[in-house]
Design a binder for this molecule. Structure first.
Ligand SMILES: *Cc1c(COP(=O)(O)O)cnc(C)c1O
Length: 452
């Protein structure tokens, strides 16, 4: 049989701790500010939106945070996830590189999102919350949260970006099967949504707008809290189960990575894979390049400003220092809905500013072509979001083919594309466009950054 293709861990190897990178960084990330006072926000400011346990994790200085038994029990439905050697892709590319992908698409809702949806629902339920509101872009986060809410008996109300709502009817069905209530965003049921519809009745929506709507409703009801699927520290924390497992799986093979690659929308799957490797790098035990990949149509790390900005369009959230295209930026409706966010995780932005991770941007046709190539070799159809990671992985592997370097590449394959086949159909029919993002559009949105 030779070397293994799939590295599987026993259920007993699900990580017992999430990893918090903050205490290992040379400087701490800048504080989150209250938009009115411009003072650092305290737990009381966040209490209307999040349960105490998650607020504590958001500001935690502990290196390891224990995974509660009530969360482990649900993680066991799909974790540990496999680490798979992409031998067939290597062969097609004629590369001496060894490519491994950590596959999160086998989770109940088909992506890495349940890794954080489950603990978020768990802590809310434990603190007596009855309903969670949220936004969703491609529908991945909405389905993950709907699944997690069903596990703990919570109601779930989702604002889905209208562009995706129309492109992905079956994601809507999946959320409804799990018991969630859905709105296309912008919606007429919130003040934030109504205001935008009054200006532009055909607005295709954005994650920033949908966040405003979900936050507005959570703030109005005592039994309701809000849940965010990316960007925040506690989300990145929960996602580190990906990297912790991958470290163990690579060690079992005697492999040390040279390059770790993941796509970035808000930064959570990339950070979830990369941060445990960053810990090892900072400790001098390995030295991989950590490379994030974003869409050329929404390039917050590669072309955004590093500045204080709102997390949502209406300006309800606290101010976070992050790489941003401006909270009023509405990206073109590319198919990687999960990557259409104006900002980037403040923690990942800080790590990027420290020079500890790299960022590249790729166009959507290049990504779909990479996704198709991957599917024909490996069988799994990647979601449009991780097809960005696939494109960067193929580019690295082809460079190795030229140079003869036997690099070890580890990639986050954070979700499958079974709900995204209409987008693949468009590419196969030659109907997919690449949007070039003019600098003027970025400049115009950045002109609306809050003065801090
Ligand atoms: C949500 C999502 C993303 C983008 O979010 P990150 O926080 O950057 O990981 C990427 N891929 C998939 C499959 C998603 O569901």
């Amino acid at each position: 049989m030779g070397e293994p293709t799939r590295v599987l861990l026993d259920e007993s190897r699900i990580p017992r701790n999430w990893y918090n990178v903050v205490p290992d960084l040379p400087t701490p990330p800048p504080p989150v500010l209250h938009p009115a006072t411009l003072q650092p926000v305290g737990p009381d400011d966040l209490a209307p939106l999040f349960p105490a346990a998650l607020i504590e994790q958001e500001v935690s200085g502990e290196r390891f945070v224990p995974v509660p038994d009530g969360v482990l029990d649900v993680y066991r439905l799909w974790r540990p996830t496999p680490l798979i050697r992409a031998r067939r892709l290597e062969r097609v590319l004629g590369t001496p590189a060894r490519i491994y992908y950590k596959y999160e698409g086998g989770s109940p809702s088909g992506s890495h999102k349940p890794n954080t949806a489950v603990p978020q629902a768990y802590y809310n339920a434990r603190e007596g919350v009855r309903r969670l509101t949220t936004e969703t872009g491609a529908g991945q986060w909405g389905s993950a949260l709907a699944f997690a809410c069903a596990q703990y008996g919570l109601a779930c109300e989702v604002w889905m970006v209208r562009a995706s709502y129309e492109q992905k009817p079956y994601r809507r069905t999946l959320m409804k099967v799990y018991g969630a209530t859905l709105h296309a965003s912008p919606s007429a049921v919130t003040t934030a949504g109504s205001r935008i519809l009054a200006e532009d009745p055909h607005c295709t929506g954005s994650l920033g707008i949908a966040i405003s709507e979900a936050v507005e409703v959570a703030g109005q009801h005592d039994d309701t809290r809000y849940a965010l699927g990316s960007v925040l520290n506690h989300v990145l924390l929960h996602q580190t189960v990906i990297g912790e497992e991958a470290l163990e799986q690579l060690a079992a093979l005697g492999e040390t990575p040279d390059v770790v690659i993941g796509c970035t929308g808000g930064g959570s799957n990339f950070a979830g894979l990369a941060f445990p490797f960053l810990r090892e790098k900072l400790a001098g035990r390995m030295n991989p390049v950590l490379r994030s990949v974003e869409p050329a149509a929404c390039p917050s790390l590669t072309r955004g400003a590093y500045a204080y900005d709102f997390g949502d369009t209406a300006g309800f959230t606290p101010l976070m220092k992050m790489h941003t295209l401006g909270h009023t930026f509405v990206p073109d409706p590319i198919h990687a809905g999960g990557l259409r966010y104006h900002g980037m995780s403040p923690l990942l932005s800080h790590v990027y500013e420290l020079g500890l991770v790299e960022a590249v941007a790729v166009t959507q046709t290049e990504c779909f072509d990479a996704g198709i190539r991957f599917a024909r070799a490996e069988g799994i159809v990647p979601a449009p979001e991780p097809s960005h990671a696939v494109a960067a992985t193929i580019a690295e592997a082809l460079r190795c083919a030229e140079s003869g370097e036997e690099k070890v590449i580890v990639m986050s394959l954070c979700g499958h594309g079974h709900f995204d086949l209409p987008a693949y159909e468009s590419r196969l029919a030659g109907r997919l466009e690449d949007f070039t993002l003019p600098q003027e559009r970025i400049d115009a949105a950045l002109a609306h950054l809050p003065a801090v």
